[in-house]
Design a protein around this ligand. Structure first.
Ligand code: ZN
Ligand code: ZN
Ligand code: FE
Length: 770
């Protein structure tokens, strides 16, 4: 019997070779009809014998193209029309609104192995062509101006395909059938090399060989990539690395390295199975590897850091540069301190001209900026390994996170002030944007607004609920107040952290949250960051926290761990200077301690804080590990790095009850650290004891909360949990005690994951109000 069916497929189905796949499937089953991209889905109509239609439907989801993800399939019966062929129709711009978020755009994907083979095959017409790609690989999000994904709506639009490319594009049996990024040296984008000091332009292979010479001469080369610029130099050349640091004003911040293959990665860091898979995944993040030994080259790239960030090439241009250079290359993001990543060629040349000796550019515009993602492999005792994001961006955004609750009205959460991301949630999905960065300059705020608009367009939603952090001075809060909305909901910082972690795991039941981070505005006006919370529906109760310590200078103190230590020491010993370690006192600046004491005494600009991030800073300084932090988290990273292994020594944990709250006193911890320093114990031993102590704090907090609530689900969140040692200690201890522990896997535990939790908190608050 003849029948016709309309099939709508939702998921990541645009720009991943899905329509060609459908075309092949339909034609091999002798079906007629069409397939086209719709605003929210791929729409298929097939007509033919019932048995063939049934077979088609059954096969549809069995082996989709590698980059596709099918979320939903909907069927409708139609009247046969007698169509004679199966065609790929042009896109329908009509916004077919449903009550689900339509995330049809794929993240950028690393060059696939089929394309790589051609890239290095001298007989292939794309031999050494830096923009080779196919249906299974290449840029997606970063070239997209607006949806649906078709060449004319991407920055590939100015490159009409040549005859050969068009033939591939039209051939259903070709890997490039309907590949919107299809191009070749005849018709596609071209690479060029430009020197800061001379106006001569080199193109194509001449550009690549000029780049190779520059890199091997130790020069710094700005390389245009997918979502921005990298600054590249020979990672094994100490002078080059030092010059890059000096020009970029980046003294100690770790520099990411790109290597040719996993073998080369092993020379820098320890690559286990989990790291291996992450390195080679199509997302190609920067993977934080434990350093392989203590060679000077590793120390120069990531000073006082136990890890080094390594990634494999993810564009054909990278593959060529790495193959030609035959050595690891530093590939650090080409933004100047505090500024968003340069995207535009002219802008990049003017901004990076003082840093780079030369530029490798190309004529394909970057439509959307997107940094490299940063992950660390996480090994869970007895469990499967997973990844923990430090930064989630290229390769992952805009992939949706499936929710286990229904968001009835679209909501936009504008995220945090630092490490900003935003989130749009609707239906049963949430899309978290790529890492946008710190909103310290007017440019970053403009970028945030632009991206919010672009994502709204891509996702076809106009959120009427806006969620923001309760901190009035966050730039994101100001952005939220400028946007038009029906509801604007302020969400407490640590509440958002807990919900973010729970949302990832689909946990909607009440749960305990332990949030250790740097700083977030608390309901009482203090700077929170060592919180024991209980989240239930739209509510979040504070069940306890680290005892308050005044912090002279507030948030600014984070840059000077020595100063934070002075507060904690004053809190523990008052004015008794004889109790303080002499070495620590000697490292202060003249009069610094006296001035801080006056501020503390008079309580001048000294907000109270329960921050565990600051407690790490204080301990790092007292132990002599780090007195000044040149980037956020430097002290904690250095402290984690030196921790002695295999010791269970710990300081005393004292908790008392004040009203409904459990207060964990930092004083015995600080006193223990000071006693160790005065006894001449090594920083390694002190660090190990402190990590064990903080694990005991987590356990004590969770015990108390579980006793009071009867709940045994625990979410660990906040930037402090980027610390792999603390995360492992606490996670293992809680699991052994029978708690169900949730850690971040899909978004960062730091403020980069905040927007997801904000979105859910606001949704729940609004639906409760109704
Ligand atoms: Zn490919
Ligand atoms: Zn071509
Ligand atoms: Fe935070």
């Amino acid at each position: 019997m003849l029948e016709r069916r309309r099939i709508s497929v939702e998921g990541i189905v645009q720009g991943v070779g899905f329509r060609p796949y459908i075309h092949r499937l339909a034609t091999t089953s002798a079906l007629r009809g069409f397939v086209r991209n719709d605003a929210g889905a791929v729409v298929i109509e097939v007509e033919g014998e019932s048995s063939a239609v049934d077979r088609f439907l059954a096969q549809l989801t069995i082996a989709p193209p590698p980059l596709a993800t099918i979320d939903r399939v909907q069927l409708e019966a139609r009247t046969p029309t007698g169509e004679a062929t199966f065609s790929i129709a042009t896109s329908d711009d009509a916004t077919d609104r449903s009550d689900e978020l339509a995330v049809t755009i794929a993240p950028d994907a690393a060059t696939c192995y089929a394309c790589l083979r051609e890239l290095f095959d001298p007989s292939d017409r794309r031999h050494r062509y830096p923009f080779i790609s196919c249906s299974h690989c290449g840029p997606r999000l970063t070239i997209l101006d607006t949806g649906p994904y078709d060449r004319e709506r991407t920055s590939m639009a100015p490159f009409p395909m040549c005859g050969l490319c068009l033939a591939e594009y039209r051939d259903p049996s070709d890997r490039r059938f309907h590949a919107q990024t299809n191009a070749c040296p005849e018709c596609g984008p071209r690479v060029r090399f430009l020197r800061t000091t001379d106006s001569r332009l080199r193109t194509d292979d001449a550009a690549l060989s000029a780049a190779r010479s520059a890199l091997s001469a130790g020069e710094i080369v700005a390389v245009k990539g997918l979502g921005g610029f990298h600054l590249a130099c020979d990672a094994t050349n100490r002078a080059a690395v030092t010059r890059l640091r000096a020009r970029k004003h980046r003294d100690t911040k770790p520099l990411a390295v790109m290597v040719r293959d996993v073998g080369a990665a092993r020379e820098l860091g320890v690559v286990g199975d989990a790291e291996h898979d992450l390195l080679r995944s199509p997302e190609r993040p920067i993977v934080l590897l434990e350093k392989a030994g203590n060679r000077p080259v590793l120390e120069a790239l990531a000073p006082q850091n136990g890890r080094i960030g390594v990634m494999l090439p993810y564009t054909p241009l990278h593959h060529l540069l790495l193959a030609d250079a035959a050595r690891p290359l530093v590939m650090t993001s080409g933004n100047l301190h505090g500024e968003p990543m340069a995207c535009d060629d002219a802008l990049a040349i003017s901004r990076l001209g003082d840093v780079a000796d030369a530029f490798v550019l190309h004529d394909r515009r970057i439509a959307m900026r997107c940094d490299d993602s940063v992950v660390r492999a996480r090994r869970v005792e007895g469990g499967a390994s997973s990844g923990a994001f430090v930064r989630r961006a290229r390769g992952y955004a805009p992939r949706a996170i499936a929710l286990n609750e229904h968001v009835r009205a679209a909501v936009l959460a504008v995220g945090s002030h630092l490490k900003n991301t935003f989130c749009i949630a609707y239906g049963r999905s949430a899309v978290v944007s790529q890492h946008i960065g710190d909103l310290e300059t007017p440019e970053t705020r403009v970028t945030l607004l632009e991206m919010i608009r672009t994502y709204g367009r891509l996702l076809h939603v106009v959120p009427r609920i806006i969620a923001h952090d309760r901190h009035p001075d966050y730039a994101s809060t100001r952005v939220a107040n400028e946007l038009d909305a029906d509801h604007v909901v302020g969400v407490q910082h640590h509440h958002a952290h807990v919900l973010s972690c729970l949302a990832e795991h689909g946990v909607t039941e009440p749960a305990i949250g332990v949030v250790f981070d740097g700083a977030g505005l608390g309901d009482d006006g203090a700077v929170w960051g060592g919180e024991l919370l209980f989240a239930e529906g739209a509510r979040c109760d504070r069940l306890g926290h680290l005892g308050y310590v005044p912090l002279p200078g507030g948030d600014a103190a984070a840059a000077r761990p020595w100063r934070v230590a002075a507060s904690h020491l004053w809190n523990a010993f008052g004015n008794d200077e004889t109790a303080l370690p002499a070495e620590w006192m000697d490292r202060g600046m003249a009069g610094e301690l006296r001035l801080l004491r006056q501020m503390l005494h008079k309580a001048v600009h000294s907000p109270l804080t329960s921050s565990v991030g600051r407690l790490f800073d204080a301990v790092a300084s007292i132990a002599g590990v780090c007195d000044d932090a040149r980037f956020e988290g430097e002290a904690a990273i250095a402290l984690e790095k030196i921790a002695a292994r295999d010791t269970d020594r710990a300081y005393v944990v004292e908790a008392r009850r004040a009203g409904d709250s459990l207060i964990v006193d930092p004083v015995p911890i600080i006193r223990g650290v000071v006693a160790d320093v005065r006894m001449g114990r090594s920083a390694a031993e002190i660090s190990a004891a402190f990590h064990n102590t903080m694990c005991a704090v987590v356990v004590a907090m969770v015990h108390d909360a579980s006793h009071r609530t009867g709940v045994r689900r625990v979410a660990l969140s906040g930037g402090v949990f980027q610390n792999a040692l603390l995360e492992r200690l606490a996670g293992t201890a809680l699991a052994r005690l029978g708690y169900e522990v949730f850690m971040h896997e899909k978004v960062p535990c730091n403020d980069g994951g905040l927007s997801l939790g904000q979105a859910l908190a606001a949704t729940r608050a609004v639906s409760e109000r109704r």
